[in-house]
Design a protein around this ligand. Sequence first.
Ligand code: NAP
Length: 464
Amino acid sequence: MTGAGMEKMRLAIVGAGPAGIYAADLLIKAERDFEVEIDLFEQLPAPYGLVRYGVSPDHPRIKGIITALRDVLDRGDIRFFGNVRYGQDITLGDLKKHYHGVIFATGAIRDASLNIPGIDAEGSYGAADFVSWFDGHPDVPRSWPLEAASVGVIGNGNVGLDVSRMLIKHPEDLLPTEIPTNVYEGLEASPIEELHLFGRRGPAYVKFTPLELRELGEVRDVDMVVDERDFDLEDPYVDETLMKNKQIVVITRVMNQWREQQKAREAGEVPAASRRLHLHFWSKPVEVVTDEAGRVSGLKIERTAPDGEGGAVDTGEFEVVPIQSLYRAIGYFGSPLDEIPFDDAKGVIPNAQGRVLDASGQQVPGVYATGWIKRGPVGLIGHTKSDAMETLECLMEDRESWWTPEVDDEAAIPSLLSERNVPYTTIEGWHRLDEHEIGLGEAEGRTRIKVVPRDEMTRISRGE
Ligand code: NAP
């Protein structure tokens, strides 16, 4: 290996979400004694991964991260190849031939599974799929069945909040956002009146962030309904440990306000809204109840109780909450990549600080991981930066074990993709699509209207 004498490193990054783009940016800016050229491969025709396809359309502040990511791609020293599927359009062998190493930053886009009877019933969905639908992901069907008046959501994390908010909000309040037209029309036809959000532990154990929780209570014409039983349980762990966390203090305050508002409503002091969001804590899902046609008709939960050490114990007390559709928002899960080790239990690429490891725990030379595919689907977008830094430090240290590419020609990759008839997109192509979407929005007084079908995205990007 000629790593030590080499002057220019060619690096491939697979995945152009925040994890991949931050890694590219940080490597370009890092103090190093070699030149670097980075090619960023993305399976979708547009960049930005989870920011474009995971963040809710009514979160413009978080969507705004795109501006920073865009500045990185626009600087001109990182090449973007969109609509290129790793494992199909470009293989590990191709990467080895053209680069000194690769970083996988492919994230986690599937739903973790929940093994309870009835979970596969008609009307039971994964939150990740629904998020992909409302964010206009090209690879999910255009229409979504929204026929239930009473809907259940399992999971007390921010994805559970996003899904609940998108379902219960009056769709006209989403119109100023970038939601695709098919999504607006689907939500407008939804007869929803009740949403039941279930958590298997108590109100002080939620994974919600305070800002997002407060926002839920501010949704127009939706009452927050709480169950006083959930707040009455003796739990020394809350006072001794959880209330030392500022976020939990704020969250508790928000929920206490909802309890007060509920009392005021019950006393007839304030009018009732037309839609309700019910919070069920200490409620562990045990079975999806179905009707004769096999469709979701309820969620059976077992009441749990605090064990005093931060966990929950079963009580043997069961309840069924009537619902006609169910979403599980209990976490995302990564997908395996061709020829790359994968941990099926955790849904990540096995690694040590970003260095990919094989089944025997040995480092796989030249192969690295960053972001959710490295550490699992937890943490906010900003956390990806420190994660990328850790991976890059390993990469820079490992110079002796990088690959030795046969080809040193920057025209080789575009030629290879063209030879294989891969209709790849570029950063200039993204600008075309971006302007097109903004133009579609302008015509209707909206910020943007997303183009959803993959072939249309590709055609517009490629100026065809
Ligand atoms: P999360 O924060 O890990 O929350 C998952 C929730 O599912 C937890 O309440 C967990 O309960 C529950 N859960 C897991 N397994 C369960 C089971 N078998 N039965 C019942 N409940 C179960 O995951 P997430 O909501 O997918 O979010 C992923 C990351 O993205 C988080 O860091 C989140 O903050 C971030 N995010 C942020 C935003 C934003 O707007 N800022 C939006 C979306 C996502 P336990 O606590 O009891 O395990």
